[in-house]
Write a protein that binds this ligand. Structure first.
Ligand code: LLP
Length: 391
């Protein structure tokens, strides 16, 4: 349990549901990340798609990270949140002409290009602006991330990146495209990856691909290994700060780096995931056929991950803080939201102390892809965010 009695008292006076962010934990996570990445001189870009809350962005840019964006609006927001233009990278399979223009106007560090056609479009838009666009080819390495199939991105069947069989055609095209400058190669195989061996597999594949380019006389200033480091959803308190050291050690050990080559990462979830909780209140308890329903005032509109990926988030009853389940007798609850969909379920058969109307419930590890993926379905109001230093 991440909360103390004082905090819970304050939570009680706030309108629910709301997103709660532990900024102390965020700062400690960033400290650890900077400590471990600087040992190897790795460059870290924060993936804004995980959480683009204004205060969070200011803290992360203030810690000196670059930004990883996937839309023109994310680029604009990254710049206004203080990320340096020359440290912004831009990925995405469907960059619109307008977004490409935004990226060029903002002089970003690198486009991560995901198709042969995109290469031509960036070249022609850059030419119209009389600019040279710096870019990396996002290569699909065909490495299985062994994560939920919706967040697997590095298999040939996925829409992301350029498949290796297209690389000869790319090389051929390059000489005729005068307004682009190929500076690197980029990979991102998926998200919520908890088995570090998968990153070893990625390194070995990158080594092969780099060799292929070497043989054709292409050397790159940068390799971008993407993001994907997972967090502990089952037991967040056991691992509030992800094991960045072991993660970077894998790359240090297995990635063959050329002299003066920069290694970049795009990390989202591992930075902000454990710093956020969704705080909600029990509206009703209802007896079901074989279970009880605890109906919350938060739903899939505030956190869609369980409905979309059947993902697990730890659920805690804060009103029974300090008591053991055995003090109350425990019961199993299907913890659900108020939205008119059966998929609006946060967890089934969740063991909780006797839970009643009005109890405060924390859904943990919602800092990444929680608030960011909120929707207004059922004309729901956007939930507020509160921060540990101002509560
Ligand atoms: N770089 C690229 C190109 C990406 O597509 C992503 C995430 C990242 C970096 C950051 O990955 P992270 O370090 O956060 O794993 N909504 C899903 C996750 C989608 C991830 C999309 N791409 C979820 O809630 O699990």
């Amino acid at each position: 349990m991440q909360f103390d009695k004082e905090q819970i008292k304050k939570f009680n006076s706030l309108e629910t549901p709301f997103y709660y962010y532990n900024l102390d934990l965020l700062n400690k996570t960033l400290e650890e990340l900077n400590k471990e990445s600087s040992k190897r001189n790795y460059k870290i870009h924060y993936a804004l798609k995980a959480n683009s809350n204004d205060r969070i962005l200011k803290i992360i840019s203030g810690a000196g990270l670059g930004a990883d964006c996937v839309s023109g609006n994310e680029i604009t927001k990254a710049v206004s949140a203080g990320f340096k233009n020359g440290e912004i990278v831009f990925a995405g399979v469907g960059k619109s002409d307008k977004e490409i223009r935004t990226a060029l106007v903002n002089n970003i560090a690198c486009f991560n290009v995901e198709s042969v056609q995109e290469l031509e479009v960036i070249n022609s838009i850059a030419s119209a602006q009389n600019k040279i666009a710096p870019l990396a080819i996002r290569i699909n390495p065909n490495v299985d991330a062994n994560t939920h199939h919706y967040i697997t991105t590095g298999l040939e069947e996925n829409k992301f990146g350029i498949n290796t069989w297209e690389l000869p055609a790319i090389i051929e095209k390059l000489s005729s495209l005068k307004n682009i400058n190929l500076i690197g190669i980029h990979f991102h195989i998926g998200s919520q990856i908890t088995d570090l061996n998968i990153f070893k597999g990625l390194c070995l594949r990158v080594n092969e691909i780099q060799k292929w380019f070497d043989e054709r006389n292409f050397q790159f200033k940068s390799i971008n290994a993407g993001g994907g480091l997972g967090i502990n959803y089952e037991d967040p308190d056991a691992e509030l700060i992800p094991d960045f050291r072991s993660y970077f050690d894998v790359f240090h050990k297995f990635l063959e780096v050329r002299p003066d080559q920069e290694i970049h990462f795009e990390i989202g979830r591992a930075i902000i995931g454990q710093c956020g909780s969704l705080i909600s209140r029990v509206l009703y308890i209802k007896e079901g056929m074989s279970t009880n329903f605890a109906i919350l005032d938060a739903g899939m509109t505030e956190l869609i991950r369980p409905a979309l990926y059947q993902s697990y988030h730890k659920i805690e009853n804060l009103s029974n803080f300090g008591f053991q389940i055995s003090d109350f007798g425990f019961r199993k609850y299907d913890v659900v939201g108020p939205i008119c969909e059966s998929s609006d379920t946060f967890g089934k058969s969740i063991l909780l102390p006797e839970t009643i109307r009005g109890n405060l419930i924390a859904i943990r590890s919602t800092g990444a892809y929680g608030e960011e993926m909120a929707s207004g379905y059922n004309l729901r109001e956007k939930a507020k965010s509160h921060f540990s230093d101002k509560i």
